[in-house]
Write a protein that binds this ligand. Structure first.
Ligand SMILES: Cc1ncc(COP(=O)(O)O)c(C=O)c1O
Length: 275
């Protein structure tokens, strides 16, 4: 991983391992971070429009359509278009990190489809390797691509198994069967989580898009209690978001209905123990 890539993460634990300062990245509050109805881009918009603000346009704006590790925060298309507009206005690149929620996770191949977005660069990984085999991809618009052939290289590139598994994963997008399935399994999970939110005091909010769901608990301790109980019962969940308060559901897109139901049953019982 490059220091540049590491500088982009907000995660304190991962930033801490750099051992050197991580510079050249400025953070702007995500959509919804300052509460409902607050335009989190307005401060930066004004600073960039003011030549005396001391704030100069960045080389690029990089954004997740859904902050996954950040707590399953789902941005509106309107907010994302506003980021894109700012990038265009200041001749900055507009980059979408679709590593976690691309490859069909939200019910479309890219998470930003039908949103009026046209990024200069898109990064993909995770599902790209099919079954978790390591592979990543940086897609750059040809007119923005300044790299010569072989210029971006390394000795650890191109694991063969990942290419085979990845090609197999891509074959699932030859028709819309998988995406229809993702939408229906996502909705099924939404329904189950809404019912859980009504009965378990440990749940503060539920957020989702397709087959990524975040169950925000009242505290990190409550979330931990629930996932530990789930682990004892045979299901693995992880936490994310500030203080680890959010239980993230990110099942394989090809999960069978009965297995999904079983996992949700376990989560239901485990959340009862966390209240
Ligand atoms: C959205 C997003 N971007 C980047 C990364 C980092 O990927 P890697 O660990 O392959 O560097 C992750 C990892 O979870 C991620 O979820």
């Amino acid at each position: 991983m490059t220091l540049g890539a590491l500088a982009c993460t907000g995660n304190g634990l991962h930033r801490g391992v750099a051992g050197v300062s991580l510079d050249h990245v400025t953070r702007v509050p995500y959509d919804g971070y300052l509460g409902d109805g607050v335009d989190t881009l307005e401060g930066l918009r004004r600073q960039l429009a003011d030549p005396s603000s001391g704030v100069v346009p960045p080389a690029a704006f990089i954004v997740e359509v859904i902050q996954a590790e950040g707590g399953v925060n789902v941005a509106t298309a309107e907010w994302l278009r506003a980021v894109q507009e700012m990038a265009r206005e200041h001749d900055s690149l507009f980059i979408i990190d679709d590593i976690q929620v691309g490859m069909g996770r939200t019910g479309t191949f890219f998470s930003f489809e039908k949103m009026g977005l046209d990024p200069d660069i898109v990064v993909l990984a995770k599902g790209l390797g099919g079954y978790g085999t390591p592979i990543a991809m940086v897609m750059i618009k040809p007119e923005r691509d300044k790299w010569g052939p072989g210029e971006h290289t390394g000795t650890f590139r191109g694991p063969g198994l990942s290419f085979i598994a990845g090609a197999e994963a891509l074959s699932f997008f030859e028709d819309d069967a998988l995406m229809k399935d993702v939408v229906s399994k996502g909705a099924r999970t939404d329904e189950r989580l809404a019912a859980m939110a009504k009965k378990h005091g440990a749940i503060k909010a539920v957020r989702s898009a397709g087959m990524i769901h975040g169950v925000e608990c009242t505290s990190g301790a409550a979330a931990n209690k629930a996932i530990n109980a789930a682990f004892e019962a045979g299901a693995i969940f992880s936490t994310c978001g500030p203080g680890g308060r959010v239980i993230k559901l990110i099942a394989p897109l090809t999960i069978e209905d009965d297995v999904l139901d079983k996992g949700l049953d376990i989560l239901d019982k485990s959340l009862a123990k966390a209240s």
